[in-house]
Structures are given as C-alpha cells and as structure tokens.
Design a binder for this molecule. Structure first.
Ligand code: ADP
Ligand code: ASP
Ligand code: MG
Length: 405
C-alpha cells in the first residue's frame, strides 16, 4: 500500500506523530507500507521566498537543489517518529528510491522508476518513507516535479511496485464539487472518473497533481483521496463513475493565469504560426487562443499563459512584432481568471452552456474567451468577481449540499 501525506498533514511535530501513528497501525494490520511525504506546511513557499531575496532569477538547477530539501526534512522526521513507535523504518530520497526524471528542472517528468531498493527494504520488513516531489536525472542532478508533485511521486511508485492501493491523505475529506475553502456548500464526491478528475486537476482543483491522475489512469492504480484528520472514506477515483444522472461534476477556478493580446497584426498566412513557434521555442505553454478579425486586413490574437510566464511571453511577443516590421502592439492583463465547469457529456447538452453564460450575465460579468471540450467549458473572466461567480455557478448547477444552510 502506498500512502501520501501532504504538507499540512506533516506541518508540525504533533501532526508528524499523528501520521506516524496511522502508518504504524496500517503496518500492524499486515500491510507492506510505502509512505510518500511532502515538505512541512509552507516550507516550499518559504524556500522560494528566501531564494528570491538572494537572487531574483536563480537557475532552475539550484532552485531544485533548494526545494528538494523541504521533503528531506519531513521524511527523516517521520522516520524518527516511526522509530520511536518501535517499527523498523527507513527514509529514502527520490534518487535513492530509483526515481529517474528528464532534465526539465522545476517541472521534471518521471522517465522511469527502478524499485529495487524500495522492494529490498520492504522485504527486510521496513516501512519505507520516500521524499515526494523529487527525482534525479541520469547525471545525478536533483530535479523537482512541479508544485504539488508529491501526488505524482506516490502514484508513480504505486504503479512501479504494483501496489494494491494508493491513498492520498490531505486536509479535506476528499474531492469536492468545488474548492470547499471557497464554496462552503461544496459537496464531497464518493467517486469520480479519472477523466473528470484529470480535467478538474488541470483546471485548478489543486487537490491532486494532474500528472498523478494521468499516471493512475494509465497504470490502473486504485486511487483514493481522503483526510489525514478523520476516518471519512474519502473519494475513489474510478474508471467510469456510476452517478451518470449528474451532468456537471464540479466547478473550478484558476487564478494563476494571465492574458496577452497581440493586437492589430496583419491578416495574412504565417502570422499565428510565427508567433506561436517563437513562444514554443521559449518553452512557453499556451492555453486558450482566440483570433478576431478586427477591421480591414488586421487581426487581434489573444492567448493565455501561466502567470509565471507572463513577463517572458510578452517580451517574446514584442520581439516577434519587431521581426515582422514593428506592426501591432502587445497588451498584457494579469487580473484574469479561468472559471470552468466539468462533467462527462457536458457539450452534448445545450442547456449547460446557456446556464453557464446566463449565470455570468446575471452577475454582470463579461466573458473574454471561451473554450470547450467534450468534458468541460471554460471562460476567461475578470478576476474581480471570480469567487462570486464560482459560488453562483455551483448553486446554478445544483451542486450545493442541502444539509447546511
Ligand atoms: P496537500 O498539501 O495535502 O497536497 P493541497 O493544498 O495540495 O494539499 O490540496 C488540498 C487543497 O485543495 C484543499 O485544502 C482545498 O482547498 C483545495 N481544493 C481545490 N479544489 C478542490 C476540490 N474540488 N476538492 C477538494 N479540494 C480542493
Ligand atoms: N512541497 C511541494 C509543493 O509545495 C510538493 C507537494 O506538496 O506536493 O509544491
Ligand atoms: Mg498537493
């Protein structure tokens, strides 16, 4: 069995002892235990802040050296707590656990896992504690897997050792129809399909790292999200959810985005290609794109990027405009949000879209961009009323819990 405990679950000494207790109980029931942990509380954020005070643009390699230390603190402390409880235990870094990644520092992908060491320690009767969020390249550089990446460590290990179960322990009682911190009436879902979960995760529900859901689906890892602080059974992520009568499964908000408009560029073949090729060459991931015919022979191309990439994306777009003879202009907007509804078969139902747009209209919210897929509809809106929009959409799609007023 693989269990993963998030940052808030190991935020202080008492909580580490509580986690140790849970792990030891499971071990004493006869389970072979691999336990993945995140850095304590806000450690990762604090390390990022410290780095910024020393160098505003540190290299990604050194950032990974720094950030990986957070998880090393928690694995050793948890191992000590389990030692104190009298069970054999060993803590291992990502590299020691055989987690090999590509070289994309700060957003590395796991290339392969050699579980030999982990399996040997399990065979010796030890509980194995593994540092989440990290791996090594084949040249022995430490990498990290992107924010929230410990979930992916857990699922990847579960796949590599063919675990019977992978449990993600966090500070809420599973996956909800919306972030329960923003929507107090959000309902807990007993189960959700891999596809829906993947979409929720990609669209801003941070409860699971998107890549962990992809891996779980690909390798058929039985995945459960549940609370460290209660015995609630949590949410099972399953192949197909059986609650098919429910169309909209959840509402999400992503504030970590920005919009760029490249306005008044010539309406001729090759302009979009040139712009997006240049952005791709800089490894900038583009999300939504919209192009409108402005007026005679001119286009506006708007797109969204991760907030972190805004500065570079705007810079690159300006360079591109210079290359095509200084035509057009680049406009940036930071305070935008992506609000989305997710559910199987959403776009096959015309009422869903009209209810979404109608609810935003009732709030006086202008929709700047729209994108749809079989399983979601997303709108880019001004951030100002995004929390209000989230709650109203949740109510409009009848997702509110009825037992709290
Ligand atoms: P951990 O440190 O355990 O990995 P995270 O902060 O990464 O925890 O993820 C858990 C948080 O995700 C919750 O505290 C909750 O606020 C947030 N969240 C956002 N959307 C959802 C959702 N749809 N269901 C459950 N939690 C959500
Ligand atoms: N500690 C890392 C982060 O804060 C990884 C994780 O929590 O999953 O992003
Ligand atoms: Mg997380």
């Amino acid at each position: 069995m693989v269990q993963k405990y998030g940052g808030s679950s190991v935020a202080n000494v008492e909580r580490i002892q509580h986690v140790a207790q849970r792990v030891v109980e499971n071990r004493r029931k006869g389970n072979d235990m691999i336990v993945v942990v995140s850095a304590m509380g806000d450690t990762t954020d604090e390390l990022i802040e410290k780095a910024a005070q020393i160098n505003p643009h540190p290299s990604s390699r050194e950032m990974d050296m720094l950030l990986s230390t957070g998880e090393q603190i928690s694995i050793s402390l948890l191992a000590m707590a389990i030692e104190a409880a009298g069970e054999p235990v060993i803590s291992l870094t990502g590299g020691m656990s055989g987690i090999l990644t590509d070289t994309a520092h700060k957003k590395a992908r796991i290339a392969s896992i050699d579980p030999t060491r982990v399996l040997k320690e399990l065979a010796d009767g030890k509980i194995v504690i593994v540092a989440g969020f990290q791996g090594v390249t084949k040249d022995w550089n430490i990498t990290t897997l992107g924010r929230g990446g410990s979930d992916t460590t857990a699922v990847a290990l579960a796949a590599a050792v063919k675990a019977d179960l992978c449990e993600i322990y966090t500070d809420v009682e599973g996956v909800f129809t919306a972030d329960p911190r923003k929507v107090p009436h959000a309902s807990q879902l007993p189960e959700i399909s891999y596809d829906e979960m993947l979409e929720l995760a990609k669209l801003g529900a941070q409860v699971l790292h998107p890549r962990s859901v992809e891996l779980a689906r690909k390798h058929d890892v039985p995945l459960v999200v549940r609370s460290t602080f209660s015995d609630h059974p949590g949410t099972r992520v399953v192949e197909v959810n059986r609650m098919e009568q429910v169309l909209v499964r959840g509402v999400t908000l992503d504030n970590n985005i920005a919009r760029i408009a490249v306005a008044n560029v010539p309406d001729q073949p090759g302009i979009a290609f040139g712009l997006f090729k240049k952005l791709a060459d800089h490894h900038i991931t583009i999300d939504m794109i919209i192009q409108n015919l402005n007026h005679a022979a001119k286009n506006d191309i708007s797109f969204t990027v991760a907030l972190d990439d805004l500065h570079e994306a705007a810079q690159v777009s300006r360079e591109y405009l210079n290359e095509i003879g200084g035509q057009g202009e680049v406009l940036e907007k930071e305070n935008v949000s992506k609000i989305s509804i997710v559910g199987t078969g959403i776009t096959g139902n015309a009422e869903v879209a009209s209810k979404l747009f109608g609810t935003l209209f009732d709030l006086g919210i202008n929709i700047e961009m729209i994108s749809t897929s079989e399983i979601k509809i997303s709108c880019i809106i001004d951030s100002e009323k995004c929390d209000e929009a989230l709650r109203q959409l949740h109510t409009a799609f009848a997702l509110d819990r009825l037992d709290i007023v």
